[in-house]
Design a protein around this ligand. Structure first.
Ligand SMILES: Cc1ncc(COP(=O)(O)O)c(C=O)c1O
Length: 381
């Protein structure tokens, strides 16, 4: 039997390992010079003014919601076609997630539904660049300006993606990233928030260190070298220098990672677009996706198998397919908060027919052929 092909995995080379070993031999193993260097690397690559590196992408979303001042009574509009963390961060702040439906072509949040769901309680919108394809940011920014909303882009899938020639991370008020091993670069666990706004940046810097400052220019008084002041509520969301060193080393390969992902996605589409029963992901002309995920949609009316049967058959052949995502409000916890099925029909319909195929830079071209051939074979059977 062929070796298991997961849906995503990290790419670690000897240079990455050496970078981590070097930090282990140094004075700093928690937040130190490497974290600052990683932040500069991120802003240098993406073009945003400030980056705050944190312990994971969930913490990045939490920090962004904190900086945006989301609080009890506030509504924040997001998509159900995402990982729970995108909506959970609103709940952490006492706000209420409001789900807007997706566009059935791009699977991204539909700006028309965002506008329909705005009330006088709406404070922010969190679009997710699902699979790495940027959302319709012109429309989202137009709506945000019109209603005075903060835009927090969940860019966990979209490191290196471009919208009309602009890198994701330079458009909304804040953009969050994740450095989980299946993402574009990894630090084991890790994440960051990008912003051009200095005030928001400073709020998030404090948020990741329990709200405590040691900067004497900012303190009410200073009783000595031991002195510090807590100015806001915060968490320990620090990234370590061990992780940051890995991130810096990974960044050197980011263009190669993106190139591989784009090449393999094009290869999948070429092999699968003519296959009866398969709908390949559609890319808009003015975006350049970062291709975190490659998701096929099954045209269930044209095949004799269910999504479950196709999925299970692929797994039997050691192909680590997955489903992204169960609509967030299907989860029992969200149901306990009063959410129910029927809110976002397009997202719900999409969920019934999608399968995520393996895609990551350390795959070989023959793996793509293996997946595509097996998929065709299953659909023919
Ligand atoms: C869209 C999205 N947002 C947020 C997150 C959370 O990131 P992390 O796992 O680094 O906390 C993920 C992770 O899978 C994600 O896919």
């Amino acid at each position: 039997m062929r070796k298991f092909i997961p849906y995503g995995r990290q790419y670690i080379d000897e240079e990455d390992i050496q970078a981590v070993v070097e930090v282990l031999r140094s004075d700093f193993i928690t937040t130190g010079p490497k974290v600052a260097e990683l932040e500069n690397t991120i802003t240098g690559y993406i073009g945003a003014k400030h980056a705050v590196a944190v312990s994971n992408g969930t913490a990045a979303l939490h920090a962004a919601c904190f900086a945006a001042g989301i609080g009890p009574g506030d509504e924040v509009i997001t998509t159900p076609m995402t990982f729970s963390a995108t909506a959970n961060c609103i709940l952490y702040m006492g706000g209420r997630p409001v789900f807007a439906d997706i566009d059935p072509i791009t699977y991204n949040i539909d700006p028309r539904d965002i506008e329909k769901k705005i009330t006088d309680k709406t404070k922010a919108v969190i679009p997710v660049h699902f699979t790495g394809q940027p959302c319709d940011m012109d429309e989202i920014m137009r709506i945000a300006d019109k209603y005075g909303l903060t835009v927090i882009e969940d860019g966990a899938h979209a490191m290196g993606a471009e919208y009309k020639g602009r890198k994701i991370g330079t458009i909304g008020t804040m953009t969050t990233l994740s450095f989980h091993p299946v993402k574009h670069i990894t630090t084991g666990e890790g994440g960051a928030v990008l912003t051009d706004d200095k005030l928001l940046y400073e709020k998030m810097l404090l948020f990741r260190v329990n709200g405590i400052t040691k900067d004497s220019d900012k303190m009410e008084r200073n009783e000595g070298l031991w002195f510090c002041e807590q100015h806001s509520l915060g968490f320990n969301y620090k990234l370590t220098d061990i992780q940051a060193a890995l991130g810096i080393s990974q960044f050197k390969k980011l263009d190669f990672f993106l190139e591989r992902r784009r090449k393999y996605a094009a290869l999948y589409s070429g092999l699968l677009e003519q296959v009866e029963g398969i709908i390949v992901p559609k890319q808009l002309q003015y975006v350049n996706s970062a291709w975190h995920l490659y998701i096929i949609k099954l045209d269930l009316a044209k095949i004799r198998l269910s999504r479950r049967q196709v999925f299970d058959e692929l797994r039997k052949r050691n192909i680590g397919v997955h489903v992204h995502y169960i609509p967030v409000y299907y989860h029992p916890y969200y149901r306990s908060l009063g959410y129910s099925r029927g809110m976002c029909p397009e997202a719900e319909a999409l969920y019934e027919s999608i399968i995520t195929l393996p895609l990551y830079p350390s795959m070989e071209e023959e793996d793509i052929y293996y997946v595509a051939d097996n998929l065709k074979d299953i659909l023919r059977s």
